[in-house]
Write a protein that binds this ligand. Structure first.
Ligand code: GLU
Length: 447
């Protein structure tokens, strides 16, 4: 297998699908050497099969807004790979959603889910519906219209969606309500991220952020460092950033910056529990403005329009918002200001130039598919509880999440340790995820 040859073919076939090509390139570069040591992979054309989704559903979603006007959006479900388990992955509602974005996310999800140690295949879905500025009633009507099509593609042993950007507990509630009505069966396990009273797992809302910080702790420990007293910048103020801020604070770090599409809030004394709670109100308002934090806490948070979290001097950067949100220039600015660690919490949060800059300058860096896997892992734990008709305590879920993040870290170390003893977490995560999926595909024949 030659990465350059496969990429040339994919580029010719999907010339406009930038995010998808970027995600595939990163994985193929990492696995090329190991892959070529396994002639059985080459014979079964594992890579050629693995880079294409199993299937993509596309559907029209029509709904009526608060002014009585008819609106039409597109909905998608990309079922990428089910070699190790049923399709599993979130739904993203964002105006920029395209098949390319969902293909990249489904591809990443396949390897991420393999890293969790749980039997889950990879998928992703969503819509170009823009939740910004929408009322609660509009969100409900859109979710219901979306499920009217999606329900035929999913099932508890087939494909289990969850949240992602623009889809949180409220949206999962509306989606699940419509699914039950259509299916006429109480399938508790058809979506994850459900409410705690109707089959949701305790700690699922916090899990992505908590897991990211557990992973960061292991990475720091391996490098002989400690998180206590360290300054942290994070982007976004959704569910993931909220969980990350909560756990970072609990572990003794100081979150001094959060950002949004409008700019950054500098919080010199560190984020407080009241401010962390307020992040949830900011997200639920659908205003998508981080400036609201500075308006609410004028003596603690200071807003600068048009700047990113990466302009604030910190030790650790945690991108928690969107793909490609941290550029090479941002990486240079962070490092010039003293940053020495970046753990990607968003999916593909760093541009390739930023990753290379971090790696070439000895900055500790770990990719989203390892760092943020605690979210989908806890979805897997929710599926287990649903299948057994039981609920675990917060302690039980947290212990399992902790163990899973430790195991993901160990897999990265196993496959990513360089001759000098440092760890290439990108390579480690990609090879570990790939080996599991490739072996499962091989054992199940050419299908
Ligand atoms: N959207 C999340 C992710 O990127 C969670 C997916 C899930 O829980 O299925 O992994």
């Amino acid at each position: 297998m030659k990465t350059t040859e496969i990429m040339a073919r994919l580029q010719a076939k999907y010339p406009t699908e930038k995010e998808y090509l970027q995600a595939v390139q990163e994985v193929l570069e990492s696995i090329e050497e190991v892959y070529n040591q396994h002639p059985e992979f080459e014979k079964a054309k594992i890579v050629e099969r693995l880079v294409e989704p199993d299937r993509i559903f596309t559907f029209r979603v029509t709904w009526i807004d608060d002014n009585g006007e008819v609106q039409t959006n597109l909905g998608y479900r990309v079922q990428f790979n089910s070699a190790i388990g049923p399709y599993k992955g979130g739904l993203r509602f964002h105006k920029a959603v395209t098949p390319s974005m969902l293909k990249f996310l489904g591809f990443e999800q396949t390897f991420k889910n393999a890293l969790t140690t749980l039997p889950m295949g990879g998928a992703k879905g969503g819509s170009d519906f823009d939740p910004v500025g929408k009322s609660n009633a509009e969100i409900m009507r859109f979710c219901q219209a979306f499920m009217l099509e999606l329900w035929r593609c999913i099932g508890p042993d087939q494909d289990i969606p969850a949240g992602d950007v623009g889809v949180g507990g409220r949206e999962i509630g509306f989606l699940n309500g419509m699914y039950q009505k259509l299916a006429r069966e109480y399938h508790t396990g058809v979506l994850t991220g459900k409410g705690a009273t109707w089959g949701g797992s305790i700690l699922r809302p916090e899990a992505t952020g908590f897991g990211a910080l557990y992973f960061t702790q292991h990475l720091l420990e391996k490098a002989g460092k400690d998180i206590v007293g360290k300054k942290v910048a994070l982007s976004g103020f959704g569910n993931v950033a909220w969980g990350a801020a909560t756990k970072a604070r609990e572990l003794g770090a100081k979150v001094v910056a959060i950002s949004g599409p409008d700019g950054v809030c500098h919080i010199p004394e560190g984020i407080t529990p009241e401010m962390i709670d307020y992040m949830l109100d900011m997200r639920a308002s659908n205003r998508n403005k981080v400036e609201d934090m500075a308006v609410k806490f004028p003596d603690k948070a200071f807003f600068t329009a048009g700047k990113k979290a990466w302009s604030i001097p910190v030790d650790i950067a945690l991108p928690c918002a969107f793909q490609n949100e941290l550029s090479e220039d941002d990486a240079k600015e962070l490092v010039a200001n003293g940053c020495w660690c970046c753990c990607e919490v968003s999916n593909m949060g760093c541009q390739p130039g930023a990753i290379h800059y971090f790696q070439n300058n000895g900055i500790l860096f770990a990719p989203g598919k390892a760092v943020n896997a605690g979210g989908v892992a806890t979805s897997g734990l929710e599926m287990t509880q649903n299948a057994a008709h039981i609920s675990w305590s917060a302690q039980e879920v947290d212990d399992k999440l902790h163990w899973i993040m430790q195991s993901i870290h160990e897999q990265c170390v196993k496959y990513g340790t360089r001759p000098d003893g440092t760890v290439d977490y990108v390579k480690g995560a990609n090879i570990a995820g790939f080996m599991k999926v490739a072996e499962a595909m091989l054992e199940q024949g050419v299908i």
